[in-house]
Design a protein around this ligand. Structure first.
Ligand code: ATP
Ligand code: MN
Length: 463
């Protein structure tokens, strides 16, 4: 079918042009004057295209009058300047071909308003709503802007494995991958499950991060990034956590924590600018219908320099703030969302990079600072969302890394490949991970992270 997208039609095709458009009916209104109005949406943009279907059409009574929300049609006609309010152009139909009818009553996205909760049970249909259509377009745009940003800076896109036999964080709860029969797995003499007989001949799981494999490529190719799905089996039923989410992880050789923070800042600013430039219609929709003020917030951040503060100083700011936190701040604590938000929203009034966290609350691979108690780690905090990026300079000193592994109760033998990078031509390097859904959440103002990924996976949610 030769069709033209509604987005193209609405962005300046001359009235008088013959067009064929195809899409799904959002509404139908029948006028006494002998014609019907159809609002058609094809997903290419937020706006619907208005079609005027005159009663003279052969199939007017037989087809057009049987069109209900959700039905699909292909319309051939002429573009006209519209007299009605609300649209500049409309299509006067010469032919309306019904591709698929939709029964009038059962369609779950009929005229009534449907809440986000209910829509989560209908992931196969929710992309047909204004909100989820807009989210899908903004998500695409941000993914595209990500690849452009790194490509233009000479970063190589590396695909790291989804199934892995190493646990990156040493702490992350992982989803096991196995082909063993869960009821009667083969057992060793001591009664433990015999993973030698499993598919990979050892225990395997879905990755929690591509970082370790990313590092091996950075230590050969220079600057790389990964952008892929990651999985965490943590039972966090919050509006900011998913069990399956996408992560963007750049890794740079010959770079320190300052370079890392600079990259994070340039990247986020690039993303905000891209979405403001290319997603304006959808952003206005979010500003109107989802979170008033989200547009102004993005505009403000697109140019604002990021704040910088060490963890130690940040804790002091929290302690002396006079604010009654649910969780009293003290040096050594893992910052809670309320602390992160207070720093971004009240103290720095914008994004802030917190650096040099206590070693005890961070992963083994982060570079020890000379003070003996902190590491070269950073988190980027945003207003409303809190942490969006976690990163660090990596420990490049072989002996220090080995000692830290042992102190963390990890077996250096299992990290032989990782240690090899330090054994053969070790270089300072740094990187970070950005949770892609947190980014989409921030840009759209959507309240729940489950509504910014097409098929959300969370505890007890796998529709
Ligand atoms: P948090 O403290 O918010 O649970 P984290 O410290 O466990 O996050 P990292 O391991 O540093 O997260 O992961 C890097 C980034 O990935 C985070 O900054 C965040 O943007 C995102 N992220 C982490 N866990 C999740 C999750 N369960 N769902 C969605 N995004 C996540
Ligand atoms: Mn983190």
């Amino acid at each position: 079918m030769k069709r033209i997208r509604i987005k193209t039609v609405l962005s300046g095709v001359e009235p008088g042009t013959r067009v064929t458009v195809a899409g799904w009916v959002r509404t139908r209104r029948d006028s006494k004057g002998g014609f019907s109005f159809l609002e058609i949406n094809d997903g290419s943009c937020l706006a619907n295209l208005q079609v005027i279907a005159p009663a003279e059409l052969d199939n007017y009574a037989g087809d057009v009058l049987k069109l209900h929300p959700g039905a699909s049609v292909a319309v051939e006609g002429t573009l006209e300047a519209s007299e009605g309010a609300g649209q500049a152009v409309e299509v006067r139909a010469r032919a309306v071909r019904v591709l698929g009818f939709a029964p009038p009553v059962e369609y779950p996205l009929g005229k009534q308003k449907v809440g986000f909760d209910r829509l989560r049970e209908l992931p196969h249909l929710r992309a047909r709503t204004n909100s989820f259509g807009a989210v899908a377009r903004v998500r695409h745009l941000l993914a595209n802007a990500t690849h452009r940003f790194f490509h233009e800076r000479g970063f190589l896109y590396v695909h790291t494995p989804i199934i892995t036999s190493s646990d990156c964080e040493g702490a992350g709860a992982m989803f096991q991958v196995t082909t063993l029969d869960p009821h009667t797995p083969p057992r060793r003499a001591d009664g433990a499950v015999d993973y030698e007989q499993d598919f990979f001949g050892r225990r395997a799981a879905l990755t929690v991060s591509g970082q370790l494999e990313g590092e091996t490529y950075a230590c050969a190719m220079g600057d790389i990034y990964t952008f892929g799905p990651t999985f965490r089996a943590e039972n966090s039923n919050t509006r900011r956590h998913l069990a399956e989410f996408w992560m963007i992880e750049p890794e740079m050789a010959f770079a320190d924590l300052d370079d890392d923070a600079e990259l994070a800042e340039a990247f986020l600013r690039h993303l905000f600018q891209a979405v403001l430039r290319d997603g304006a219609d959808d952003l206005r929709f979010f500003d109107r219908r989802v979170l008033p003020g989200v547009l102004a917030r993005l505009e403000r951040l697109a140019d604002a320099p990021f704040g910088r503060v060490t963890y130690t100083e940040a804790v002091r700011l929290l302690e002396t703030s006079g604010r009654a936190f649910e969780f009293a701040p003290c040096w050594g604590m893992d910052m809670q969302s309320e602390h992160e938000r207070f720093l971004a929203e009240e103290v720095f009034k914008g994004p802030v990079v917190v650096t040099d966290y206590p070693a005890a609350i961070k992963a083994f691979y982060m570079r020890r600072n000379d003070d003996g108690r902190t590491v070269a780690a950073m988190d980027v905090l945003l207003p409303e969302v809190g942490e969006i990026i976690g990163g660090s300079q990596r420990e490049e000193r072989m002996e220090v890394l080995e000692a830290t592994l042992r102190a963390s109760g990890l077996n250096p033998d299992e990290y032989a490949a990782y240690l090899d990078l330090r054994r053969y031509g070790s270089v300072p390097h740094a990187g970070f991970g950005l949770g892609f859904e947190r980014l989409v959440q921030f840009c759209t103002g959507m309240h729940n992270i489950r509504d910014v990924i097409p098929y959300p996976r969370a505890p007890r949610l796998c529709v």
